[in-house]
Structures are given as structure tokens and as C-alpha cells.
Unconditional design. Structure first.
Length: 284
């Protein structure tokens, strides 16, 4: 994949550009082996590697009413459904939801999907309160304001309901991923900034032969302290925060090795870098 380039710009209208990027990539993701759509269809017990990784931390979700924010093509949503949760998936990309609904239909899963921007989720979901809000890897970087996100999550949860999140670590997002000398160098913002980082990347994070034309994205990083503070301020009690030395994709090509579960770690001294984290919190 060609190296992606970043510049920093102040941009207000970012949703349409980011949505076009995801709309174009959704069919390629569904066709890629990375999302294992055909395995979901063939094996009623199959779970996504992202959900499987966190099974020891997730606990029993059977019978819970759950909403998966930024669900993309729905493989994690379907996995939670297979674990017994009554799931709704929400995403702003119509093309992603078309693939998610197709997957649910092919697997006979009673999963509801709703199109909406995250910040408008309480209205789009009709004010419904859930037992579980789930968010997966690579979601928060699309949101300009982590405090507003935490308020949305609080609005979606009943008192005592819980948030479960696995996300890319902000330290990973801040690294220069184009270096070829093996050094881990901080190049991009670690803390949330008013302006987004504007990326141009002609590829995607799974293997595909597809060619894309919508290659610009606007993204924001959020420091771990900013995230935790936002949740505490929104009325949450933090119950778990675990940092991992691995990621379910290859964030630093040429510098990682993958295990049998598809988790990538630094080839040399993996303890140097937290790549992802899992967080759980209860709404007080």
C-alpha cells in the first residue's frame, strides 16, 4: 500500500468527505477475507476476531439490549448477537449498512441497523435506552469532540448500563508510520485538537484489489486521559482499562508480526508500544 500523507487543516465540513470514503470502501471490505463474511455465513458459531479477543473481559451479554456505534458492515454487531445480545447497529455510511443488512439476512440474524451520525444517535434511535453500548476498533478517530461523544453514550444507556470499548491507542495514532529506520517517533497529535488531521490514503486496511477514488479523510486523536475524563464528567464509573501491545490489523507494516489470531505486535521489543486498549464503564 502506498504511504499515506498527512497535513493539518482547519475544516468544518468533514462528514460528507469521510462518509464518501467509507461508502466506497464498504463493498471491498465485505468482499475481503479480512472481514470473513463467508465464514460468518458458513459457520453459525463464528465470531469476529475483535469480539473474540475481548471475550474474557466482555462477560455475559445474553439478553442485553445493545447498540453498536459506528458498526460499519456489522461483523462485530453480529458477533454480539450470536453471544445472546439483542443488537442494533448504527453507522453514518449507507453503503456500510447495506452490507451489514445483507450479512444479517444471509445469516438469519435479527439485528436492526440504523443510519445516523454518532452525535445524532439518541434522536435517530428514538430516545431508546440500552443496557450496553459497544464501540470497536477505529471508531473514535472520526469524531471531533470526545466530550460530546461521552454525553451521547450516557444518553443511550439506562442507569447501570455499561459501555464497552476497544480502540486503537492514541499513542499508536500519534506515531510516524512512514519511517523505515525502526524508530518509534511521535509525529502527529496525541491530544484532541480543534482542527482535524487530513489524510490522503489510496488504500485501505484489508487486502483488496479494488481501486478507490475517495481517498481523503478527516481524523482526530483523543488522549487516554481526555477520554477517561470525558466519561467521568458524563456520569460514568470506570470499571476496566487495559492496554494491549497488539492490534487486529497491521498498523506499522514491516515492523510487526501476527499471531494465530491476527493480532499484530512489534517484531522487536513489543513492550515499547501500547497499540490498543479495552475500556469498560458503568453509567451511574
Amino acid at each position: 500500500m502506498p504511504a499515506r500523507r498527512a497535513t493539518v487543516l482547519a475544516v468544518d465540513e468533514h462528514l460528507a468527505v469521510n462518509r464518501a470514503n467509507w461508502d466506497e470502501r464498504a463493498p471491498a471490505h465485505a468482499a475481503s477475507s479480512g472481514y470473513a463474511v463467508e465464514r460468518f455465513v458458513a459457520d453459525p458459531g463464528h465470531l469476529s476476531e475483535v469480539v473474540r479477543f475481548d471475550l474474557p473481559r466482555l462477560g455475559d451479554v445474553s439478553g442485553l439490549r445493545g447498540v453498536h456505534l459506528q458498526c460499519h458492515i456489522g461483523t462485530d454487531t453480529l458477533s454480539l448477537h450470536r453471544l445472546g445480545a439483542r443488537m442494533t447497529g448504527l453507522d453514518f455510511s449507507a453503503a456500510s449498512l447495506a452490507e451489514a443488512r445483507r450479512l444479517a439476512e444471509r445469516t438469519g440474524a435479527a439485528v436492526n441497523f440504523v443510519q445516523s451520525d454518532v452525535y445524532d444517535a439518541p434522536r435517530a434511535l428514538g430516545g431508546e435506552r440500552f443496557d450496553l453500548v459497544y464501540t470497536g476498533v477505529g471508531a473514535l478517530c472520526w469524531l471531533p469532540d470526545i466530550r460530546r461523544w461521552a454525553e451521547v453514550v450516557a444518553a443511550l444507556l439506562r442507569p447501570g448500563g455499561r459501555l464497552f470499548l476497544r480502540e486503537g491507542h492514541p499513542m499508536l495514532w500519534a506515531l510516524d508510520d512512514e519511517r523505515d529506520d525502526g524508530l518509534l517517533a511521535v509525529e502527529h497529535p496525541y491530544f484532541e485538537q480543534p482542527e482535524p488531521t487530513v489524510w490522503t490514503d489510496p488504500g485501505t486496511y484489508v487486502e483488496t484489489d479494488a481501486t478507490f477514488t475517495q481517498n481523503t479523510t478527516y481524523e482526530w486523536n483523543h488522549g487516554l486521559g481526555e477520554l477517561v475524563t470525558a466519561l467521568l464528567t458524563a456520569g460514568f464509573e470506570l470499571t476496566m482499562l487495559t492496554e494491549h501491545d497488539s492490534a487486529p490489523w497491521d498498523p506499522l507494516p514491516g515492523r510487526t508480526v501476527a499471531d494465530e489470531h491476527g493480532e499484530h505486535r512489534l517484531r522487536e521489543r513489543p513492550w515499547r508500544l501500547p497499540m490498543t486498549y479495552t475500556l469498560a464503564a458503568l453509567r451511574r
